[in-house]
Design a protein around this ligand. Structure first.
Ligand SMILES: NC(=O)C1=CN([C@@H]2O[C@H](COP(=O)(O)OP(=O)(O)OC[C@H]3O[C@@H](n4cnc5c(N)ncnc54)[C@H](O)[C@@H]3O)[C@@H](O)[C@H]2O)C=CC1
Ligand SMILES: Nc1nc(O)c(N)c(N[C@@H]2O[C@H](COP(=O)(O)O)[C@@H](O)[C@H]2O)n1
Length: 220
């Protein structure tokens, strides 16, 4: 696939690979790591999350831990258009694109109109769930050449499965959350065999605050 943004997947996870506790407490990264993430945010064209993350964390998705004169475009992948109208990701601090499906009903069309009146751009691709490959092409054509993918586990799975991630950086905190239903770095259905899995090449690792950062390139 030629026309796609360069995608960096980043999370803060526990040693057991969790993104949050079973009660959705996702405070994993130390302050030093959040500053590292905001340095990446300041250098990409877009920050992308799934609607699950918006509903659970109500993130701002701006550069607010370091000084920066620009905010990337915020991209929310939201098949059923569940985004609350008072979500912080819809505020005026940065441009926001909501990616949803081409499926249509009266209620959805009404909500699209409200969101567009609020200045939110709506991109429609796919049926049932957002077609992530098509979305990448559309975003590239809009000038978004690099994206920081910030989860959660369901969207991460979709992006890895489609081969759309180029680089991985993870912060591993010295914590163990446990819980088979706690969100992990990559959820979804999972690959059935080792042959199918995503293969990575370790590029760098270092101590940061109380934890460790690992950086990989995705083998294509
Ligand atoms: N520690 C960390 O670094 C982070 C933690 N989190 C945590 O992750 C959890 C949220 O994760 P999830 O519930 O998995 O939600 P998610 O943020 O991955 O969003 C999933 C949603 O994405 C949408 N979607 C549309 N098309 C899709 C496609 N083709 N493939 C995949 N998804 C598609 C669907 O509407 C789906 O419900 C929260 O507990 C949050 O706190 C989230 C981000 C980072
Ligand atoms: N890197 C990282 N470490 C953690 O411990 C986290 N919980 C997250 N969460 C991601 O950051 C978003 C919050 O962004 P704002 O500070 O509100 O701008 C959250 O929605 C997750 O995508 N990340």
């Amino acid at each position: 696939m030629e026309k796609k943004p360069y995608v960096i997947s980043n999370v803060g996870m526990t040693l057991d690979g969790k993104l949050a506790t079973i009660n959705n407490d996702s405070r994993i990264s130390c302050e030093e790591d959040l500053i590292r993430v905001h340095k990446i945010r300041a250098n990409v064209d877009g920050i992308m999350v799934g609607i699950g993350t918006v509903l659970k964390d109500d993130p701002r998705l701006t550069v607010h831990k370091i000084k920066s004169d620009r905010n990337p475009v915020r991209i929310v992948v939201d098949s059923k258009l569940r985004v609350p109208l008072n979500a912080r990701v819809l505020n005026k601090d940065a441009k926001t694109i909501i990616a949803t499906t081409e499926d249509s009903d009266e209620e959805k069309e009404k909500k699209i109109k409200i969101l567009e009146d609020m200045g939110i751009e709506i991109v429609r691709c796919g049926r049932g769930k957002v077609d992530l490959k098509k979305l990448m092409e559309i975003l590239y054509d809009k000038g978004i050449k690099s994206i920081l993918l910030e989860g959660g586990g369901t969207l991460n799975w979709g992006m890895f499965k489609e081969g759309l991630v180029d680089e991985v950086s993870v912060y591993i905190a010295p914590k163990i959350f446990g819980g088979k239903d706690a969100p992990t770095y990559v959820d979804g259905e999972g690959f059935k065999t080792v042959d199918e899995c995503v293969k990575l090449e370790l590029k760098n690792f270092y101590r940061l605050g109380e934890g460790i950062v690992l950086e990989f390139k995705v083998k294509k």
